[in-house]
Design a protein around this ligand. Structure first.
Ligand code: NAP
Length: 488
């Protein structure tokens, strides 16, 4: 039996292991379905993959990296960073690779969590779900997709062996992943057809190489990098004034983006098709300097006619045209509000964590759920951000999680939020969401099928940090753990 089972060895799982060990919890195991760590930064290896949050902030506060070569790192460097963090903290020995967790159920009779893994069952006193919101590729529900004669790749499960040179390539989607991969495909494909349903808002990317002298400074003095992190953090927090407090303020960014579009796309017909018709920020704001230039190539077409179906030789759009393709790239995002892991985690009364992701179960701090004693979810419901670093949110959650688990383990207790505390928290978040940019009428992966926003934290992140600081006894129900949890 183990004290803490962590599911997932990405940013959240590794961070949880470091923080729990620091707090004296040593009997913990990380179950990882793949054969390497890194989560979404291991899986998203499509060309051009990069983080749109600056690396000084998109990194653990306890593990600054003075060696970032770019202010906004590319995937290989972020993945390497995670492997370095794991090595520096001796985490590899804790990770059981190739262990897919297929079921997590609370056993009332023993007060333990039973995890079923692809390599056998496990019992644990506490569970930390660190499975990531952006972990499960979403294949679009488009008729005929299976009939396509050529290779079909999703950006989040890339196949580097597929050749694009000299071929006719189709990309479905124009979100954050698409705009990064398109310039690379445009440079090699014979013809690139981009199937756009909704044009994104795009701003110039400010990322650049970090000069060697800055890296030297970061390596030898802790102050300057901390200051750079703080400056960037504060700058991003200002965006809350538009996203949350007064969406009208987004018109400033909209003007900048429209000027950028006008500079980059001289053709008025193409420009019209690339002009968004919803408020900036309602979907994620994208950053790119090379997406629009890629669309100017003669070999690239932006197709806005809705897709009717996929046929073996390409894509048929609703005007009856068949766009011939050799390779199809799905840049169609992730299963977030219907994350498959949600249905596999069952608490006391048979409720599932998936119900919290779909809005049917109240959550406390986006982290714990009534009826799920000693179980915590990192990057859980309403902890996602449109403006800053999810790592900051995960570290905030860990302040609460580490305290709660320490109390449960040392006092042999089952700890869970009260239904009242969870209802209050969830109601407060939903109330705040109702007047934000995300409620201005666009569709996005932030919303459930019924239109509920179960993904975004609608406030300054320092308010979330304050709410997750430590453990509030009055918000929790503590009961003695049963027999199973008492024996060691
Ligand atoms: P996404 O933002 O969900 O975009 C999916 C795209 O596919 C959208 O353009 C969507 O159109 C389109 N689509 C989905 N189903 C479709 C269908 N049936 N027919 C036609 N089009 C369809 O996914 P993503 O680009 O992978 O990004 C997801 C999130 O990952 C981002 O918001 C971001 O948080 C993160 N990410 C970040 C970075 C970065 O840091 N730069 C890079 C990649 C990903 P609609 O807009 O019309 O729905």
């Amino acid at each position: 039996m183990i004290d803490v089972a962590i599911v997932g060895a990405g940013f959240a799982g590794l961070g949880a292991a470091v923080r729990l060990r620091e707090a004296g919890v040593s009997n913990l195991v990380i179950f990882e379905r793949a054969n390497d760590l890194g989560g979404t930064w291991r899986d998203n290896v499509y060309p051009g993959c990069r983080c749109d949050v600056a690396s000084n902030l998109y990194s653990f506060s306890f593990a600054p990296n003075p060696d970032w070569s770019n202010t906004y790192s590319y995937q290989p460097e972020i993945w390497r960073y995670l492997r370095d963090v794991a090595a520096a903290n001796d985490l590899d020995a804790l990770i059981r690779y190739g262990h897919a967790v297929t079921d997590v159920a609370f056993d009332e009779s023993t007060s333990l969590w039973r995890l079923t893994t692809s390599r056998g069952p496990v019992l644990a006193r506490a569970v930390v779900l660190a499975v990531g919101a952006l972990a499960e590729p979403r294949r679009p529900d488009i008729a005929g997709l299976e009939s396509f004669a050529g290779p079909v790749l999703h950006t989040a499960s890339w196949d580097a062996a597929v050749e694009f040179g000299g071929r006719r390539v189709g990309v479905i989607g124009t979100g954050a992943s698409a705009i990064q991969v398109v310039p690379h495909l445009a440079a090699t494909a014979k013809r690139l057809s981009i199937f756009q349903r909704t044009p994104p808002w795009i701003l110039p990317h400010e990322g650049h190489r970090v000069p060697a002298r800055t890296r030297w400074l970061y390596r030898h003095l802790p102050g300057p990098q901390r200051l750079a992190r703080l400056r960037y953090y504060l700058r991003r927090e200002l965006l809350v004034l538009g996203f949350v407090k007064n969406p009208q303020r987004m018109s400033v960014g909209e003007r900048q983006a429209l000027e950028f579009l006008a500079d980059q796309i001289p053709d008025p017909h193409l420009r019209a098709r690339l002009t968004p018709t919803y408020r900036m920020g309602c979907k994620r704001v994208l950053l790119s300097n090379d997406y629009y230039p890629a669309l100017r190539r003669d070999s690239v077409a932006v197709i806005t006619e809705p897709i009717e179906r996929v046929v073996p030789e390409g894509i048929r759009t609703s005007d009856g045209a068949v766009h011939p393709l050799d390779v199809l790239v799905l840049a169609t995002g992730f299963r977030v509000t219907d994350h498959p892991m949600g249905a596999l985690v069952r608490g006391r009364a048979g409720a599932t964590v998936g119900e919290a992701l779909s809005g049917d179960l109240a959550h406390y701090l986006g982290t714990s759920f009534p009826g799920f004693p000693n179980l915590y979810m990192l990057a859980g419901p309403n902890t996602g951000l449109g403006h800053s670093s999810i790592i900051y949110m995960i570290e905030s959650q860990l302040n609460y999680v580490v305290d709660a688990i320490s109390i449960a383990l040392t006092r042999r207790l089952l700890v869970e939020p009260t239904a009242l505390a969870a209802r209050h928290w969830t109601a407060r978040v939903r109330d705040q969401l109702s007047s934000t940019i995300w409620a201005t009428g666009c569709s996005s992966w932030y919303l459930t099928e019924s239109g509920l926003n179960t993904t975004i934290w609608p406030d300054f992140t320092f308010r979330f940090r304050r709410a997750t600081r430590g453990f509030r006894l009055r918000d929790h129900r503590l009961t003695p753990a049963g027999q199973g949890s008492v024996e060691r």
